[in-house]
Design a protein around this ligand. Structure first.
Ligand code: B3K
Ligand code: ZN
Length: 885
């Protein structure tokens, strides 16, 4: 680091701000060389900080060229203020005053995509978390909430559209070809929700009538040429607005809601008040260019950002440690919305798979942190699966503990108490507890303790006494900075299946009568025993139904019982889960065989169990498509003490080929049944059929025989929906088919005008498990379509290889590690956020063998020794090295 080691910020050091800002008047002069920002702030001393009298005013500001400072209309003498790289400090300020600053910035040189920057020639902003300080001097923290008025002036020909938060209150033209627009946002907001867009954009318009009868204008702005790809996003927006009214009684609060899609964006999207800015990936879609997953992703991200209007904007975070207050809650809300719009079981399975592969890995690595972290160096490093997805699981557990009505009461109370405020996770939990009367005191450990709890379940049936006993033990593993953990309050939903496969009525010792067939058990102590009475025969236990807590379970359930659950469990999630546990057990057994040099053999009983699911697939194709996927390589890795990427890959491919060969007629028949020409729709059923069909093709292509190849090529050339095209392209890209190179080249020629489709092309090649993958990725870095400044390209090619191709990335020579470190160092000076996000695999080095650890460590040492490193990359690299010991 050039400025010394960056300092950690700690939750325990939180203090309310010394000054508050009530009003903000911004005037932007957007220019090609220089943009001028004039800001007038209405400031007063914070009454909650009586000690602040006499303290100077400290404003945050970075990379700003300060032109002037005036206090209550009078220029401030130079000896009364100080400017450093990060702050503007003004001495001897009165209790209440206005401060006017003028700064110059250069958005066209901003490659970090934080603050005000340009994308495809258009101006746009990204302020969360701390980007506003790169636009103007301000108290850049979320507990400073102000009313904003924004005037934008720019050349009309280049920037016909001028947008900001709130309502357009005036606009006009100058004689020199410039025009202006003034926007006012009536709702006080933290500066991270500020947004500005100026550019040459087209829009689609629609309307929504809220339940109180207000007519809201909805607009989605895109670059010219993309107008034909916004229908799905618009439909998703209207559905989200209706859903939030119906489920939570929450209504939209302004007369206009704008979305702008930009091609260069660090994340998925941003919930700026009434002016959401989106990555094009989460707006643009038509069947020819977008896959089913893209369509589902758009629906959920549009909903997520819309839902933030209440959970995030109306009630916001006191400080960035509370990020999960808005993110965990809003992810939970978008998950529930998607479940209501599509298949609930399939959505739950997909979410749990994501949690287990990505979040569980994070929890086991150097960057492990609680849902509410207690310290950070760079807040941008904490927009993590833990804060978002484990955070959503924490909310889901509260929902389980309170029940749907109790949860709704809690939400109502939360808004009643905190509308317009910046609050903490404790405030949220208090509203939930107070509204429902449920004691959540021990539960709050979920916000404070990092690491994935381990549950072990032992079962015992007493035939004579007709009792069935579950003994559940919990341990929470140590994580960096948290060596010792306390037992958590874990909601474990269970059912018991009788010999006929039906759920048994459940009565616990001491209860007068059975209560339901799915029971919530509260595990609070390190060990708990639950005894069910009146159990007529040895039951098969269905444990953690619906994945009722984000934990790892080890239960003494036999393979035969798992096969029984796969066929009979009334809980769809656990029907899928049983298959995953069984598949995982078998594959991990084979990994041990492979490591010991023993011959691999897949048990016929397992082939039969998979065959049974396959033959029943038409009953619920979407579910079957999930149930027939073998546990992923990443997931298998999380189940091992020392991850062996090569053995895992070899074994999983062996199992895929064996299942493909032994069940070939069934894969083929199922493929054929679903491959017929149906008209395209994104209804859950149609998506499910395509998923099942493509899964069958994946198995058939594992064999790479003539017939499979011809089916695959036939689908590639004949399909119109991108889902089908890209699936066949992926199988071909993994194959040794002679047509492979020609097909890949042809795909690029066909789609080179569509950047989002080109990203898929990069991704497919980056994730190819052919031995030449890294060579190909290295070549593609030089491809004319690859653009290192565009995050989507980086995520597709570099991220696709580092995260989506474990066997090639973890190549024993260390070539993958060297490659990744090179790219991180190349990215860091341009875009630290993206560079740091690429470091994930290094933060998990402890999970690998000594040789790989040493190779990764060497790359990390090279990274930290690089002068001028960003705090973003420095934090991940140094924490990873620390954990490596
Ligand atoms: N709140 C934004 C994420 C901002 C990330 C800043 N590094 C998107 C979202 O979660 O909705
Ligand atoms: Zn969010």
């Amino acid at each position: 680091m050039d400025k010394g080691t960056p300092k950690a910020i700690r939750l325990q050091d939180y203090r309310p701000p010394a000054h508050l800002i009530d009003t903000v008047d911004l005037q932007f002069e957007l220019g090609e060389e220089v943009t001028t920002v004039r800001s007038t702030l209405g400031i007063r001393r914070n009454p909650d900080r009586p000690d602040a009298a006499g303290l100077p005013l400290t404003l945050d500001g970075q990379r700003l060229d300060l032109v002037s400072v005036a206090l209550d209309g009078t220029p401030v003498a130079p000896d009364r203020y100080t400017v450093t790289a990060d702050h503007l400090t003004v001495d001897q300020v009165p209790e209440c005053f206005s401060l006017e600053t003028v700064v110059r910035i250069k958005p066209q040189e901003n490659t970090a995509l934080e603050g005000l920057y340009k994308s495809s020639g258009n101006f746009c902003t990204q302020c969360e978390a701390e980007g506003f300080r790169k636009i103007t001097y301000f108290i850049d923290r979320p507990d400073v909430m102000a009313r904003y008025a924004t005037t934008i002036t720019a050349e009309k020909a280049r920037y016909p559209v001028l947008l900001s938060n709130g309502n357009l209150v005036a606009s006009g033209e100058h004689e020199d070809g410039r025009h202006w627009a003034r926007w006012e946002d009536p709702f006080p907001k933290p500066c991270y929700l500020f947004a500005l867009v100026a550019g040459n954009l087209r829009h689609a318009e629609d309307h929504f009538r809220t339940f109180s009868g207000r007519e809201v204008t909805l607009r989605i702005y895109v670059e010219p040429g993309n107008e034909d790809k916004v229908d799905h996003a618009m439909r998703s927006l209207k559905k989200s607005m209706r859903w939030d009214e119906e489920v939570y009684g929450l209504e939209y609060d302004l007369d206009i809601f704008n979305i702008v899609a930009v091609g260069d964006f660090n994340m998925g999207a941003m919930e700026n008040k009434s002016l959401n800015v989106f990555n094009t990936k989460y707006i643009l879609a038509k069947p020819e260019t977008a896959t089913d997953n893209d369509f589902l992703g758009i629906e959920s991200v549009v909903a997520h950002e819309y839902f933030h209007n209440w959970t995030g904007n109306r009630v916001t975070c006191r400080d960035w440690f509370q990020l999960s207050l808005k993110e965990g809650l809003t992810v939970f809300r978008d998950q529930e919305f998607s479940s209501d719009m599509n298949s609930r079981a399939v959505k739950r399975i997909a979410d749990v798979q994501g949690l287990r592969t990505v979040q569980f890995q994070e929890d086991a690595g150097a960057m492990a942190h609680p849902v509410r972290p207690d310290s950070y160096v760079e807040i941008n490093n904490f927009y993590t699966p833990t804060v978002y997805n484990k955070g959503a699981e924490v909310i889901r557990m509260i929902h389980t503990l309170l029940g749907p009505e109790g949860f709704r009461k809690g939400m109502d109370l939360y808004f009643q108490r905190h509308d317009g405020q910046a609050v903490t996770c404790d405030d949220f939990v208090a509203a939930m507890a107070d509204a429902s009367g449920v004691d959540l005191s021990q539960f709050q450990l979920w916000y404070r303790q990092a690491g994935t709890p381990d549950l072990s379940v032992a079962t015992a049936y007493d035939e004579a006494a007709r009792t069935y006993r579950l003994t559940i033990r919990q341990t929470v593993p140590p994580t960096p900075g948290q060596p010792d953990k306390q037992p958590m309050h874990i909601p474990v939903v269970v059912g018991l299946l009788g010999p006929d496969g039906a759920d048994l009525p459940l009565r616990l010792t001491g209860e007068a009568a059975p209560a339901g067939t799915s029971r919530l058990l509260h595990v609070r102590k390190a060990e708990e025993v639950f005894e069910f009475v009146d159990v007529p025969a040895r039951p098969v236990p269905s444990i953690l139904r619906g994945f009722s807590a984000p934990v790892k379970v080890k239960a003494d359930v036999s393979d035969a019982d798992l096969t029984f659950l796969m066929a009979n469990d009334s809980d769809a999630f656990n029907r899928w889960e049983a298959g995953q546990i069984l598949g995982g057990r078998i594959l991990l057994g084979l990994v041990a065989d492979q490591q010991a040099g023993r011959l691999l053999d897949l048990p016929q009983s397992y082939v039969d169990a998979v065959g049974a699911v396959l033959r029943d697939a038409d009953a619920d194709p979407a579910f079957a498509a999930q149930a027939l996927v073998l546990p992923t390589e990443a997931y298998l890795g999380t189940q091992m003490d020392v991850v062996d990427p090569e053995a895992i890959h070899t074994v999983r491919e062996f199992a895929r080929k064996t299942l493909a060969a032994r069940l070939r007629p069934d894969w083929l028949a199922t493929y054929r049944r679903h491959a017929g020409n149906q008209s395209f729709s994104v209804e859950a059923d149609a998506i499910g059929r395509r998923a099942l069909k493509n899964l069958c093709l994946a198995y058939l292509m594992a064999l790479e025989d003539e017939e499979a190849l011809s089916l695959c090529l036939g689908q590639y050339h004949g399909a119109t929906a991108m889902t089908d095209v890209i699936a066949s392209l992926q199988f071909l890209s993994n194959s040794n088919a002679p047509q492979r190179d020609e097909v890949l080249a042809g795909f690029y020629e066909r789609w080179k005008g569509e950047p989002l489709v080109v990203d898929k092309w990069f991704g497919v090649q980056a994730m190819s498990y052919r031995p030449d993958a890294l060579e190909r990725v290295t070549e593609l870095l030089k491809h004319p379509a690859f653009e290192i400044r565009n995050p989507n390209k980086v995520y597709a090619l570099i991220g696709g290889f580092a995260n989506g191709n474990p066997v090639r990335f973890h190549d024993a020579t260390g070539s993958g590690y060297r490659f990744l470190a090179d790219q991180v160092l190349r990215l860091d000076p341009m875009n630290p956020q993206v560079a740091a996000r690429m470091m994930g695999p290094f933060s998990r080095l402890r999970r690998y063998d000594a040789a790989r650890q040493a190779l990764m460590k060497a790359q990390l040492e090279r990274i930290v020794a690089t002068p001028g490193l960003s705090p973003d990359v420095f934090e991940v690299a140094s924490k990873s090295l620390e954990a490596a010991g």
